[in-house]
Design a protein around this ligand. Structure first.
Ligand SMILES: [Mg+2]
Ligand SMILES: [Zn+2]
Length: 265
């Protein structure tokens, strides 16, 4: 049988021995959330639901470097104590703007799930991300969300805990995104899911650790003008072999959409 190799591989067909041909491997798209999918920081956006949309000085001053999630736990308790209802907080969170082109990109991913798996690895929390994705109508694009677990108790107070403990010296105590990505890939490999490539889309300092571990064929997609792009430029200027992945800075999700379209064609 003569056929286009790419097309043949993408179909789940049988050869003459009746053995299943290998399916085409998927692309894994990894998103950061704050300043990547949404064009702001969800942890500071929530202050818009607080009385006078600000925090008292004693609370602001209680932040200790590297302990952001612990600080957010205090912020959320404070907001609860001000009798802010979860429904109000939710409406405020749903008004956070999406980054240009991201809704189009997520819609494209949701329409191409046979070729693309998609996860979010974020230092925000599970409740905020769930609210925002749900309201946007693009939740079906996302297969899994790895973030600090949050919940709302019977009083209507929201609480948040650290995602995991890890031994990476480069990352904040609650989350090493490299570890999260490694664990995810190991879990997938056990289920015999292997990826042709990874596209990592992010903006922040905590996206640098996972991006450094990307392999040849993968694509690092740092948001133009943000910390991750600067860290990558610095790493490459110090050692031109520091990174194995191709680097594609972006301004709009539409640029990523075009790249992804070409990749899976
Ligand atoms: Mg970010
Ligand atoms: Zn790390």
């Amino acid at each position: 049988m003569l056929c286009d190799v790419g097309k043949c591989r993408s179909q789940k067909s049988n050869n003459s021995l009746g053995l299943p041909l290998q399916r085409r491997m998927k692309t894994l798209v990894v998103f950061d959330f704050d300043h990547t999918i949404v064009d702001d920081n969800s942890d500071t956006w929530v202050l818009r639901s607080a009385p006078e949309q600000t925090l008292p000085d004693w609370l602001k001053k209680s932040y200790q470097k590297g302990l952001w999630t612990e600080y957010m736990a205090r912020v959320l308790t404070y907001i609860g104590e001000q009798s802010v209802r979860p429904e109000h907080m939710r409406a405020v969170m749903e008004s956070i703007p999406f980054t240009d082109g991201m809704l189009e990109l997520l819609t494209f991913i949701s329409e191409n799930k046979k070729d693309i798996d998609c996860i979010i690895i974020s230092d925000s929390n599970s409740v905020f991300i769930d609210w925002v994705l749900h309201a946007s109508g693009v939740k079906s694009a996302v297969d899994d969300v790895f973030t600090n677990p949050a919940s709302i108790d019977a009083r209507g107070y929201m609480s948040v805990r650290c995602f995991h403990a890890h031994d990476c010296q480069q990352c904040p105590v609650n989350m090493c995104k490299r570890r999260v990505l490694q664990d995810f890939r190991e879990k997938q490999a056990k289920a015999d899911v292997h990826y042709e490539r990874i596209c990592y889309i992010g903006d922040g300092g905590n996206d640098f650790c996972p991006v450094r571990e990307l392999k040849e064929g993968d694509i690092a997609m740092p948001r133009k003008g943000f910390t991750l792009e600067k860290l990558l430029r610095k790493a490459i200027s110090e050692d031109s072999d520091a990174l194995h992945a191709k680097i594609m800075p972006w301004t709009s999700g539409n640029e990523i959409l075009r790249e992804l379209t070409a990749l899976i064609e």
